[in-house]
Design a protein around this ligand. Structure first.
Ligand code: C2E
Ligand code: MG
Ligand code: MG
Ligand code: MG
Length: 276
């Protein structure tokens, strides 16, 4: 809290701060071996159509099982991985693992549903990202039309020309791209219009307050009607209550993802619970 006060008097002996950064450096180093030590795994959160109640796809979400600290949230280690560059091999592992899982589900006789992976800004900027994704699709045999990339609104706002070029290539290969956490960045309408994306994911922060806060409802409503105008699909993130479901249905947003329907699950549990 010393920092927030803007006071400098604690600066030289903020031991807690020091410990944090040491721990972060440590984690950053340990992350280098996380793949080979089998410490990473994926959970899958189904997305649903509220009209049919059926799943329409899945999002792969990474977890790090640390030998000492237990499960570490991606909110904590993804930024470290972005800093060190480890994010690229990590996301290649995510992509490959998710594609193999989707293929396995298909082989088990399930309806082929799209699988989504998150792609960070650092990864998006790698010059060979397109080739690398295509290689993985080819190697795993997954139909590109079943792959969806989720890229946050803020990640898409760096180097806009490059982003458009990459997304054009991906679209050409049949891969679809969703704008994640939509509403939290500041993309302009004209940029949004020029991006070859297929779906907007309304950020959880609006959905959380959608039934209690007039402004959040108004923003969600606006995003939904804008998506319709721009011919984009729309999905609401972080749906937790039946009241939110009812309101979203009223606003004609029929695709949802959230704890109300299902938490992110390990693949075996997802199969057991038949939400696949
Ligand atoms: P995201 O891509 O927006 O993913 C949705 C997050 O919201 C997930 O958190 C999910 O567990 C959580 N969530 C879903 N429904 C609900 C709900 O009803 N209530 C609440 N409170 N939360 C809900 P998670 O798994 O902790 O992941 C957090 C973020 O970490 C993700 O946000 C994504 O930005 C990032 N992430 C996860 N895996 C990857 C990855 O492979 N690459 C990158 N770059 N980022 C990843
Ligand atoms: Mg996402
Ligand atoms: Mg999201
Ligand atoms: Mg989010």
């Amino acid at each position: 809290e010393a920092k927030q006060n803007g006071s400098s008097q604690y600066r030289f002996y903020d031991a807690a701060q020091d410990r944090t950064s040491l721990e972060e450096i440590r984690l950053e180093q340990e992350l280098e071996y996380a793949i080979e030590r089998n410490q990473l795994r994926l959970l899958y959160q189904p997305k649903f159509d509220i009209r049919s109640g059926l799943p329409i796809g899945y999002e792969a979400l990474i977890r790090w099982d640390h030998p000492e600290h237990g499960e570490i949230s991606p909110l904590r280690f993804i930024p470290l991985a972005e800093k060190s560059g480890m994010i690229v091999p990590i996301e290649q592992w995510v992509l490959r693992t998710a594609c193999l899982q989707a293929k396995r589900w298909q082989a088990g006789g399930r309806d082929p549903l799209p699988i989504a992976v998150n792609v960070s800004q650092v990864h998006l900027m790698k010059p060979d990202i397109y080739e690398s994704i295509l290689d993985t699709l080819e190697e795993t045999g997954l139909d590109p039309r079943l792959l969806e990339l989720e890229i946050t609104e803020s990640a898409m706002m760096h180097n806009e020309e490059h982003v458009i070029e990459i997304l054009d290539q991906l679209k050409g290969a049949g891969i679809s791209v969703s704008m994640d956490d939509f509403g939290t960045g500041y993309s302009s309408l004209s940029y949004l219009h020029s991006l070859p994306i297929s779906c907007l994911k309304i950020d959880r922060s609006f959905i959380r307050k959608i039934t209690t806060d007039k402004d959040s409802k108004a923003i969600a409503e606006m995003i939904i009607s804008m998506a319709r105008q721009l011919d984009l699909k729309i999905i609401a993130e972080g749906v937790e209550t039946s009241e939110q479901v009812a309101l979203l249905q009223e606003l004609q947003c029929y695709n949802v993802q959230g704890f109300y329907y299902s938490r992110p699950l390990p693949p075996e549990q997802l199969e057991r619970e038949q939400v696949s």
